[in-house]
Design a protein. Structure first.
Length: 52
């Protein structure tokens, strides 16, 4: 595949990360008053992590 394809794919994933468009998972991290809500995409989690 061409380097243009990979550059565009990378850019598309970056847009998803920055805008949180279409997230379907919410991960809560932290304790008590210091909890952070992280929005994620299940398909990215499945592709990139052995835990999902």
């Amino acid at each position: 595949m061409s380097s243009k394809f990979w550059a565009e794919l990378s850019s598309d994933y970056e847009k998803l990360f920055e805008t949180e468009i279409g997230y379907d998972v919410i991960i809560y991290a932290g304790e008590e008053q210091n909890v952070k809500e992280i929005h994620a995409h299940s398909n990215i989690l499945c592709a990139r992590s052995q835990y999902f």
